[in-house]
Every structure is written in structure tokens, then in C-alpha cells.
Design a binder for this molecule. Sequence first.
Ligand SMILES: [Zn+2]
Ligand SMILES: [Zn+2]
Length: 208
Amino acid sequence: MPVNSGSSSPYPSFDEVVRFHGHTCPGLATGYQASIAAMKALGVTRPRDEELVAIAETNACGVDAIQVVTGCTAGKGNLIIHDYGKHVFTFINRENGEAVRIQTKQPDIPERASLHELRPRVFSGTATDEEKQAYHSLMHTIVKKMLALDPEEMVTIEKVTVQPPSEAEIFASIPCECCGEQVADARTREYEGKKICIPCFLRKTGTT
Ligand SMILES: [Zn+2]
Ligand SMILES: [Zn+2]
């Protein structure tokens, strides 16, 4: 049953997510459904503080839905964001060690093709008012159709084994052995036997 259809849902409503994010969009709807699918798979309803850890492989819109629905937030340290450009989210239940890797699927919604067609013009500012209006109404239709699906129809769920970072790791600060600035231990990289911060690591390895 679609999760958004009744007031009996234990999950925050999509409206709450939109309020937090600032606008409605398919990415947000995807993150919303992925969060609920994950919580159902892990048997968690309203998360208590830091019970769950989320690892997002994208930094796009969907991440905001995760923060509202699952309680995993950037500021609490139980949301880890890797900017890999992949709509993949791993959720770990710290209480029992269970984890799921959620890969989101693009549901078969015919309006998506027209939206893609209009997008370049809308974002380059060359769209007519009519086209802009069409774009927005297409987007609302797509989001509505996404939310009418069972969350499980929008994702594939895989049980995985992952070690969540411990709170000690998240909050321990050490000086980077290269620049000397304080850095969270969990975010350091090994380079020639030294623990260094990521900006130093990137400089040394010439990667960006
Ligand atoms: Zn968005
Ligand atoms: Zn450094």
C-alpha cells in the first residue's frame, strides 16, 4: 500500500520532506520511497537518535528526504555522503547490525520522457512561460505517480554486512600529519604510513 495514503502512516509525510527541501522533485520522491523501503526492511519505524546510519552515494535531492524520514542527518554524523553520483543508499541498524543496500530504480512513468525533453530549455532559461508551466505540471504528475507506488516497487533491496563507523571514530579529532590541522579520525586517509586529511591526500595524489 502506498505509504503516503493515510494519516496512520508512521513515517513523516512527503509534505514535511518538501518543506525541508524547499521544492518538490522526482529525486526527493525517490529518496522518500527509498528511506521508507529501508526502514521497513530493517523493521524500524520512527528512528530514535542515531539508531540508524545512512551512507548515501549521491549528494543530490534525495539525501534531504533521508534526513527527514530516517533521522540520519549530516550534523549528527549518522549520514555519510559519498559524492559518487549513484542513487544508492546503504542503511545500517546499529542496534542489531542489520544493513540493507538500496538501489533506486526509475519507475516506468511515461511523463518522464517529456520532462527530459523540456529540461535543457527550462534550465538554460530559454523555455517559454508555457513550457515552464508544462515542466512543472509534468514534475508534479511524476512525483504523484511515484508516491502512489509501493516503496518496494522503486528500489531493489539487498541485505549486506557493513561496519557502521563508531561514534568514537566520528567524533575523535587528530592533527593531520601533513598540514597539522585538526581532522576527524574517521575521515583521514593513509598516505605513506601517515594519517592525513582528505584535502592533503588529494593534493599529494593529484586527484580531485
Ligand atoms: Zn530537489
Ligand atoms: Zn592536512
